[in-house]
Design a protein around this ligand. Structure first.
Ligand SMILES: [Zn+2]
Length: 116
């Protein structure tokens, strides 16, 4: 897919080189199809990664029309990294325990109001 090559590029970086070939309002339409056959067309900025799925107006999950079968099964086998996964990659459990301890102390001492 041509869109894939845009991944990771930013308009800001390109504009430094040349304004001539840059369309600042570049948009593309991404089509999502739900199991019921409804089509949802999302106008997205060209430099934004389209989500793999979108909630259809009927409430079902619509999948991106240009998504290849293989890619979908990959996603099922390999769940997306969560914030938790990323946190665990950056901090050891020991560090997290220390952070939690500190945070709890701050709550106890009234530095941070309870959220609920
Ligand atoms: Zn639908």
């Amino acid at each position: 897919m041509a869109e894939r090559s845009l991944r990771g590029m930013s308009i800001g970086a390109k504009s430094l080189e040349s304004d001539d070939n840059v369309d600042f309002a570049a948009r593309r339409d991404v089509t999502y199809v739900c199991p019921q056959g409804h089509k949802t067309i999302l106008p997205l900025a060209a430099d934004v990664d389209a989500p793999e799925s979108w909630e259809c107006r009927c409430g079902k999950i619509a999948h991106r029309e240009d998504t290849e079968e293989q890619e979908e099964s990959d996603d099922l086998a390999k769940p997306q990294r969560t914030h938790w996964d990323m946190l665990m990659e950056r901090r050891t459990t020991q560090e997290l325990a220390a952070l939690l301890e500190k945070r709890l102390d701050m709550h106890k001492e009234g530095w941070i109001p309870d959220y609920e």
